[in-house]
Design a protein around this ligand. Structure first.
Ligand code: AP5
Ligand code: MG
Length: 214
């Protein structure tokens, strides 16, 4: 199964993508996590990406598309994957479609996790993220067992650099301009499914499972 997670920054794409990946035993591929791992590792890609991410801007398509297409060509992607944070622009969606068509493949679902902007700003300040394994928590809505420590891998949690309120506003603006048009794009492709992302995170997951029908 090949799934795209759509939704504003902080809508819960990462939270739900991890659950989907666990249930369907497919890799969770987050372009944001790949960039953050590269920043942590001090790679050239990471340095390039950091400047854009810190401003809440998108990393240019010429960097992002090749990176993602390489990742989905790896052997663990043979039975599907869940994409989190890609595509984010129409050119990214077109490149993905063209690359899959060449292999006689297509995406199965694009799930839009729908959350209004007001709810997003409240969520971001409380988010804590693990830079090591990509797990995401919330100090109120999804706390860890031990404060500040990742349940999954035991690493320290951080407040992401781009979760400052001003940067969150920029990211929302970029989302509405460049990413939201993908909702219409995938509606036209016939694979769009929308879930109400304001519900409790386990209820959102139930709704997604119903959409995926398994
Ligand atoms: P990325 O890492 O993808 O960030 P984002 O899209 O801004 O999304 P987030 O990770 O902030 O939110 P999320 O939807 O995953 O929410 P989460 O599950 O954590 O990208 C970062 C940057 O990288 C971009 O700004 C860009 O610069 C660059 N980039 C990445 N991909 C790119 C691309 N394709 N092209 C160009 N540039 C790219 O949840 C948020 C919080 O809410 C958490 O604390 C969580 O615990 C909590 N929560 C989740 N669900 C619920 C719920 N139902 N109720 C209450 N709380 C909840
Ligand atoms: Mg995320």
């Amino acid at each position: 199964m090949k799934i795209i997670m759509l939704g504003a920054p902080g809508a819960g794409k990462g939270t739900q993508a991890k659950k989907i990946a666990g249930r369907y035993r497919i890799p969770h591929i987050s372009t944001g996590d790949i960039f953050r791992a590269n920043i942590k590792g001090g790679t050239e890609l990471g340095m390039k990406a950091k400047a854009y991410m810190d401003q809440g801007q998108l990393v240019p398509d010429d960097v992002t598309i090749g990176m993602l297409l390489d990742r989905i060509s790896e052997p663990d992607c043979a039975d599907g994957y869940v994409l989190d944070g890609f595509p984010r622009t129409i050119p990214q969606a077109e490149s993905l479609k063209a690359a899959l068509e060449k292999r006689g493949e297509k995406m199965d679902y694009a799930i839009d996790v729908d959350v209004p902007d007001e709810a997003i700003v409240t969520r971001m300040g409380g988010r804590r993220a693990c830079v090591s394994c990509g797990a995401t928590y919330h100090i109120v809505f999804n706390p860890t067992k031990q404060e500040g420590i990742c349940d999954a891998c035991g690493e320290k949690l951080v407040l992401r650099d781009d979760d400052k309120p001003e940067t969150v506003q920029n990211r929302l603006g970029v989302y509405h301009d460049q990413t939201q048009p993908l909702i219409e794009y995938y509606r036209n492709e016939g694979i769009l499914r929308t879930v109400d992302g304001t519900k409790d995170l386990n209820e959102v997951f139930e709704d997604i499972i119903n959409v995926l029908g398994a």
